[in-house]
Design a binder for this molecule. Sequence first.
Ligand SMILES: Nc1ncnc2c1ncn2[C@@H]1O[C@H](COP(=O)(O)OP(=O)(O)OP(=O)(O)O)[C@@H](O)[C@H]1O
Ligand SMILES: [Mg+2]
Length: 240
Amino acid sequence: MKTIMEVDSVEKSYGSAQVINHCSFRLREGETYGLLGVNGAGKTTLMKLILGLQRMDNGRISILGNAVSRSPEYLCQIGSMIENPVFYEHLNAEELLTMHLSYMGAHANLPEVLGLVGLEHAGKKPVSQYSLGMKQRLAIARAIIHRPRVLLLDEPLNGLDPIAITEMRKLLKKLTREGIAILLSSHIIGEVRHTADRVGILSGGFIKEEFSVEEKAARYGDQFEDYVVAQMISSNQDLC
Ligand SMILES: Nc1ncnc2c1ncn2[C@@H]1O[C@H](COP(=O)(O)OP(=O)(O)OP(=O)(O)O)[C@@H](O)[C@H]1O
Ligand SMILES: [Mg+2]
C-alpha cells in the first residue's frame, strides 16, 4: 500500500525534556492509524510537528514526498483537529468554512459538508451559541472540507454524544475509503478498536509497539482492551 506520510527519526525537546525521541512510523493510503499513549506521552506534540506548529530538532517528516513546511502546498494536504479547536465565535459555521476554503484555495459544497457532520440546521447560527459537541462537529467539517490527503485528529471524540460517535465512525470509514489517511489519537481503546486499522503505542518518545487491530482483535477477542493496556503498562515500565 502506498505511503502517504513518513515520520523518520524525529526528535523534539522542550528545554531539557526530550518528548519525541527517534520516533518513526508510516501512514498508508486509506488507513486509520491509532496513536495511543499515556497523558504527556507526546501525541499532541507529534501532531504539531507534522503540522509545522512546532519545529523538530532532528529527523524528517514528509507527506507524499514533500518535507514538512509552512508552505500552502504542504499545509493544504493536511486537515487537522488538535486539542480544543478554536473559532471566531461571532461567525457562523457557513462563514467560518467559507473563510477556511478561501485560505486553502479550495471549493466545496457547504450544505453537503455540514450534513456530513450533522450540522445541516445550524449553519447560520453563531458559533458562540454552539454546544461543545457542535463545536467538535464543526472542527471535523473544517478539517475535511478542503479534501486533504492526511487527517490529524487529536482526541476527536471529546464532547460527542453516543449518536455522534457512531456517525463519526461511519464518516471516518467513508473518508478512508476515499483514500484519506488518518492519524487519530485517543484514550478510548474501545474506540481505537472500532476505528483504527493499526495502532502505535507512543512511549519514551517513540513508537514502542505497533500492531494490526484486526490481528490482535482476532487473537484476544474480549480481552483486546486488556492486551492493549498491558502493552501500554509494559512500555511505560521499560522506561523506569
Ligand atoms: N509548549 C510546551 N512547552 C514545554 N513543554 C511542553 C509543551 N507542550 C507540551 N509539553 C510537554 O511535553 C510532554 C508531551 O505533551 P503532549 O501534550 O504532547 O502529550 P500528549 O500525549 O498529547 O498528552 P495528553 O494525553 O494529556 O493529551 C508533556 O510532558 C508536556 O508537559
Ligand atoms: Mg494531547
